[in-house]
Design a protein around this ligand. Structure first.
Ligand code: ATP
Ligand code: MG
Length: 561
């Protein structure tokens, strides 16, 4: 797949709005955004898009961006998620203004504003069962039915709301509704719920509250409290905008006012992105935790070896759309490869080893070869790679009876070893099961890479190898896409889990890495020549390095590897 290089882009529609606002000095020329995650799961690549957009716009316009936890639903929220969210945002390279903010910090103020609305006759307590309330809402094409409580005395609602707050009623016994318009074609305007009773301990406010505001009675107000100017969210909130504005109308004083702007959420092929579904994969052990390298979470990508730069570049490339669309996941992989190509040093690793004995090479001799760490970057320097009589090569770089076009090793054939010599195969030995165990070769001492011998050309590319005596043992985890279907979410009859890729993880535990990798630590990124980009995993121990494949060198999805 070819992707065009970034050209100087024209303004996206959000930038246009901001520039227009700056021209008219709206909100005294301030630009203040926010990223408002609900702490009910780990962040995924869709959130990364939103983070890059919000923090990116703040940087671009010398503005500010808050991190605000939208923690109004204590049933599903947890501090573990709060912590992971902060870690992920920092890792992506962004810093929020001031300390982290929480909608729960505003519970008292939101409560007081609700009281104000009741007093103004704009909100009432409804004691009907939830099903009846939903029924009365009706359908968009027909007006709904007023609740019998709609016009109850203000004093009654005030009294009940206070008692609701004081914990006198069971969960679900009644709700506070705003009194807007039961015949509005926008269902969200048909007396939406503002507060519900939930006898549930909150991860920050403990048991201080047993009534919790709904999203629509918390979000715009929180924006207003924080002085947010541009409240950027995804398209599914477009239909909420009249309510966002209505709620602001009730509280705004002066000429500052936040504005909600919607953009199309990121959808990726071969990926599910709803936190609810990702949570299922974690809870039911389809993956090994939120940071499983197959997960589309930021923590999963980090562990897999993706870099913040590659994710930011990806977010930049896909831009900001007004219409829903699906981005090809290979564009993300392209961005990852592109960045790793610049920063990952090269090394050799053999992941499916077979031994080669170079019979004319002196036993016990070790020759330190000098190999470039990154042929694309002279400053990356060189490293020493020991060459010895016994080496490992990749099992599939040898064929017993190779076809003509196989330009690697086979009986009586020659191949060049990367950074070393040309070797020729004189024979091989099989074990009782017919598996090739040892390959016997002779090397041509006049063909050393880099020297005058390098001039001798043979057909085919050089193959990678590792000295047997000096190899480091490693477990290599090869990851593939988690789903085999382009749109695992898009099947009405079938659950998304039916499209899990049974081969998304392949563990190879007899891998041999070159000696220079002795001191790598978790998170280090390396290009194993001819194999792909890899990243050292946190599961590594003193005796066994564990390495994740981040991406193969080329986009090989759907092709035989
Ligand atoms: P999910 O649908 O995955 O459960 P969410 O929207 O419920 O996600 P929030 O924590 O509420 O998750 O999202 C925080 C912010 O991230 C919101 O502003 C939301 O619009 C944005 N966001 C969530 N998913 C995406 C996405 N796929 N693309 C872009 N922005 C997203
Ligand atoms: Mg949400």
């Amino acid at each position: 797949m070819d992707f065009p290089e970034n050209e100087k882009k024209s303004l996206n529609f959000i930038e246009s709005i901001i520039e227009e606002d700056l021209t008219t000095n709206k909100n005294q020329g301030r630009v203040h955004l926010r990223f408002p995650p609900e702490p009910n799961g780990y962040l995924h690549i869709g959130h990364a898009k939103s983070i890059c957009l919000n923090f990116g716009l703040a940087n671009e316009y010398n503005g500010l961006c808050n991190l605000r936890f939208d923690d109004t639903n204590p049933e599903k929220e947890d501090v573990e998620y709060v912590d992971s969210i902060m870690e992920d945002i920092r890792w992506l390279g962004f810093q929020w203004d001031d300390g982290p903010k929480y909608a729960s910090d505003y519970f008292q103020q939101l409560y007081e504003w609700a009281i104000q609305l009741i007093k103004e006759g704009k909100a009432y307590i409804d004691e009907q069962p939830q099903e009846l309330i939903s029924e009365q809402r009706g359908v968009p094409t027909r007006p709904g039915i007023n609740s019998p409580y709609r016009n109850r005395p203000i004093e009654e609602s005030l009294d009940l709301f206070t008692r609701m707050k004081n914990g006198e009623f069971e969960t679900g016994a009644m709700i506070l509704r705003s009194k807007i318009d039961m015949s509005s074609p926008n269902m969200h305007m048909r007396d939406p719920i503002m507060y519900r009773i939930l006898h549930q301990t909150h991860h920050r406010t403990g048991d201080d509250w047993c009534i919790y505001p709904m999203y629509d009675w918390a979000h715009g107000q929180s924006d207003y409290i924080e002085g947010i100017t541009h409240s950027v969210c995804t398209l599914e909130f477009e239909i909420h905008r009249p309510l966002y504005d209505w709620a602001l109308d009730q509280i705004v004083e002066g000429d500052y006012r936040p504005r909600q702007i919607e953009f199309a959420r990121l959808n990726l092929s071969y990926t599910v992105m709803s936190k609810r579904k990702l949570l299922q994969l974690v809870k039911d052990n389809y993956v090994n935790g939120w940071d499983d390298p197959r997960m589309p979470t930021i923590s999963g990508f980090r562990r897999r070896g993706y870099t913040p730069e590659s994710i930011r570049n990806f977010a930049d490339r896909i831009g900001v759309a007004k219409r829903d669309n699906v981005i090809d996941v290979s564009l993300l992989e392209f961005s990852v490869r592109e960045h790793l190509n610049q920063v990952a040093p090269r090394a050799m690793a053999v992941i499916d080893p077979v031994k080669v004995i170079i019979t004319n090479y002196p036993e016990n001799d070790v020759e330190d070869l000098e190999l470039a760490n990154n042929p694309n970057d002279e400053n990356a320097g060189t490293r020493k790679v020991p060459f010895t009589r016994d080496i490992y090569i990749e099992r599939d770089d040898f064929m017993e009876d190779p076809p003509k076009k196989f330009f690697r090793l086979g009986p009586d054939r020659e191949v060049r070893l990367i950074g070393a010599y040309i070797i020729k195969c004189d024979g091989f030995k099989k074990n009782d099961n017919g598996i090739v165990e040892e390959i016997y070769c002779t090397y041509d001492p006049d063909t050393k890479s880099g020297g005058s011998g390098a001039k001798r050309k043979i057909k085919g590319k050089a193959i990678h190898w590792v000295s047997a005596e000096n190899a480091i043992d490693a477990e290599v985890r090869l990851y593939d896409r988690l789903f085999i279907d382009e749109n695992p979410d898009g099947h009405k009859e079938k659950d998304f889990k039916e499209f899990l890729n049974p081969d998304s993880l392949k563990v190879l535990n007899n891998c041999k890495l070159e000696q220079s990798l002795k001191s790598v630590v978790a998170g280090d990124k390396i290009q194993f020549q001819r194999l792909g980009y890899f990243c050292v995993d946190k599961d590594s121990t003193e005796n066994m390095l564990v390495v994740n494949r981040t991406v193969p060198l080329r986009d090989s999805w759907g092709k035989t590897k």
